[in-house]
Design a protein around this ligand. Structure first.
Ligand code: C2E
Ligand code: MG
Ligand code: MG
Ligand code: MG
Length: 280
């Protein structure tokens, strides 16, 4: 459809775009409500020590079950929350819920929480984390926060300060999706990371692409020289697992080892069922 502006020119308007914008507005409105209405939940994906079969903890992944549209992916609603100024409320809910649930797990298990760059720009993130730990009784060393490279390009100085303050409290810091962003290597020495998570894109190609193996080997040797642990994300096949173990990866995560699951269905509960004498 085209409208005349009365001077003989026409501006075209895209009905599809209009619809998408309207849908986005509706979804944003729904998301604001979802946070308080209990429509959000967390799934937990297990992290395993690479050599043995030892479970070390879980990554918390946000889920939104929309009353009409059904499940909506975090890849869709997290950016929406960031744009709509809802990420503080959502992020705070995720942090408190993950800490509260992890506090009920066996003491050797950790929980990893994803932080959005927007959470560093607004509000006092360090106090928020400390308050969540205090209120839930989870000790700081059992919490890991995951940040992505996008965080590090915006305002590095302020971000370095906040990450150092978090690390000083005992919280561990992981760089997520490593290798997909900008100038990754430059960030490694400036930021107090404890762990590197190699992006799933590398894992996917590791079996059949010799160049990818060269890159991953170099990343792992660099990380180890800097005293960082290395996690590989998105492990789906035995072959990928073997290749990653051979290259010296410390920790594995992926559908092969365990899918994200609701808190009632976590892997460590199976172990508890097998050995009830071990729990008090
Ligand atoms: P991420 O932090 O890199 O999380 C890993 C994503 O990969 C998850 O997708 C997980 O379900 C998926 N995954 C794990 N193993 C496999 C595998 O073997 N194969 C494949 N194909 N995928 C696998 P999910 O849960 O859809 O989350 C997507 C992204 O949304 C996350 O990527 C994270 O960046 C973001 N996100 C999720 N929850 C939160 C949250 O609470 N806060 C923030 N700020 N971001 C979140
Ligand atoms: Mg993550
Ligand atoms: Mg990741
Ligand atoms: Mg990812």
């Amino acid at each position: 459809r085209a409208k005349s502006d009365g001077r003989g020119t026409f501006s075209f308007y895209d009905a599809g775009l209009d619809e998408r914008l309207q849908q986005r507005r509706d979804l944003t409105r729904d998301l604001a409500r979802a946070i308080t209405a209990g429509e959000l939940s967390l799934n937990y994906q297990p992290l395993f020590e690479a050599g043995g079969k030892t479970l070390t903890g879980y990554e918390a992944l946000a889920r939104w079950h929309h009353p009409v549209r059904g499940p909506i992916s975090p890849a869709e609603f997290i950016p929406l929350a960031e744009d709509a100024g809802l990420i503080e409320a959502l992020g705070s809910w995720v942090l408190r819920t993950a800490c509260a649930e992890a506090a009920t797990w066996p003491g050797h298990l950790t929980v990893a929480v994803n932080l959005s760059a927007a959470q560093f720009r607004h509000g006092d993130l360090v106090s928020l984390v400390q308050q969540a730990l205090h209120d839930t009784g989870l000790s700081a060393h059992r919490l890991e926060v995951e940040v992505t490279e996008s965080l590090l390009i915006s305002s590095p100085e302020a971000v370095v300060g906040m990450l150092r303050a978090l690390a000083a409290t005992g919280v561990r810091i992981a760089m997520d999706d490593f290798g997909t962003g900008y100038s990754s290597l430059a960030y490694l020495w400036r930021f107090p990371f404890h762990k590197l998570k190699i992006d799933r894109a590398f894992t996917q190609s590791i079996e059949h692409d010799a160049k990818v193996r060269v890159i991953v080997r170099a990343i792992i040797s660099l990380a180890h020289a800097l005293d960082l642990r290395v996690n590989a994300e998105g492990v789906e096949t035995e072959g990928q697992m073997q290749a990653l173990c051979l290259l010296g990866c410390d920790e594995l995560q992926g559908y092969l080892l365990g899918r994200p699951a609701p808190v009632s269905a976590l892997a460590h509960r199976a172990a508890i069922t097998e050995a009830p004498a071990a729990v008090s």
